[in-house]
Design a binder for this molecule. Structure first.
Ligand SMILES: Nc1ncnc2c1ncn2[C@@H]1O[C@H](COP(=O)(O)OP(=O)(O)O)[C@@H](O)[C@H]1O
Ligand SMILES: [Mg+2]
Length: 325
């Protein structure tokens, strides 16, 4: 598979008074061209910080990319000047976040907001054609009555419509990579399914690569070509989606999987099958970071951090159980 983005050994830390929070701690992953990578893990595992690091969107001065490499379409993003990176961000790489309500400006109507993006990134579109272009973009992302809704203000749209508008704005520049961080988490299940369908459609239509982040393996499983499972700032499993869903290797992935099974069999009641919680980023346990919650742990797990073991050439698992495989 031809790679569009490749992250190697990325470390992004928060430096606070006298502590260091290792939000992203040696993450390596790649995203293929015209391919969807799902990134999954419980809250606090470092998914958002990995995504923000790609665009060097550090939330605050105490947050720094400490080391690593992020190669995007032949360029090393960590070596680009701020100016050059700004040209890539929003154009070749664009973001969609969980809360469309907070990303949209409440005092501008949809047309006015999208116009700003068109003027910035689509200088090829003539002034007198912008209105029709915007309506067409809204139709493409599945907004009904786009000719009317284009004049609506954010509060007049449903949650699903707002997220569609955000997605429309994100793809106006014809990006190579769309980073969608929990884009369906705030939506109910039916709307969630429609947004997944939309992202799949846009991927094909625009030949997009997508980094799709969710805490929900069920959602990620529906949309991904590859899946990256994160735990405590690290990648614990990286695999073609089909293989991972058929045979999850890491005990943490198996735990996420069991949550799904329990969810499916018992209907609405979601059971947390993984005891305990994600350790705080300033205070990781010695050895494997998952060992305090792992039912398969043995002596070595408590003392030594497992490396990523490569299995069948395409799968990676950070677990001592796979030492000899
Ligand atoms: N603004 C911040 N200040 C300090 N620590 C943060 C901040 N944002 C995130 N973190 C820490 O970084 C870790 C990873 O966070 P995040 O990437 O948001 O996780 P996820 O998206 O997987 O829920 C968390 O443990 C969190 O404590
Ligand atoms: Mg997050």
């Amino acid at each position: 598979m031809e790679k569009l983005l490749e992250i190697k050994n990325l470390k992004t830390y928060f430096y606070q008074d006298d502590s260091v929070i290792k939000a992203v701690d040696d993450v390596s992953l790649f995203i293929g061209k015209n391919s969807i990578l799902g990134v999954v893990g419980e809250s606090g595992c470092g998914k958002t910080m990995t995504a923000l690091s790609i665009g060097r969107l550090m939330p605050g001065a105490g947050c720094k990319i400490v080391s690593g490499s992020i190669k995007f379409s032949g360029r090393e993003l960590l070596e680009l000047s701020k100016e050059d990176l700004r040209k890539i961000r929003g154009k070749e790489i664009s973001y969609v976040f969980q809360e469309p309500a907070t990303s949209l400006n409440p005092v501008l109507n949809i047309k006015e907001q999208i116009e700003e993006v068109v003027r910035l990134h689509r200088k090829d579109i003539k002034e007198n054609l912008i209105h029709d272009f915007i309506v067409k973009q809204l139709e493409t992302v599945g907004i009904n009555q786009a000719g009317v809704k284009v004049f609506a203000y954010p509060h007049q749209l449903s949650g699903g419509e707002k997220q569609r508008v955000m997605i429309a704005m994100a793809v106006i520049s014809n990006p190579l990579l769309l980073i969608a961080d929990e884009p369906t988490t705030a939506l109910d299940v039916t709307i969630q399914a429609q947004i997944l369908e939309l992202i799949l459609k846009l991927k094909e239509k625009l030949c997009l690569s997508v980094m799709f982040i969710s805490h929900d393996l069920n959602v990620v499983g529906q949309i991904s070509d590859y899946i990256c499972v994160m735990y405590a700032g690290q990648v614990v499993e990286f695999s073609p989606a089909e293989d991972l869903l058929e045979d999850p290797n890491h005990p943490y992935t198996q735990g996420l999987f069991n949550c799904l099974q329990a969810f499916n069999e018992k209907g609405k009641e979601k059971l947390n099958e993984i005891p305990g919680e994600v350790p705080k980023s300033g205070d990781f346990p010695k050895g494997c970071r998952f060992h305090p919650r792992c039912s398969k742990k043995f002596g070595r797990c408590e003392n030594e951090m497992p490396p990523l073991f490569i299995r069948n050439k395409t799968r990676e698992v950070r677990c001592w159980l796979y030492l000899s495989s």
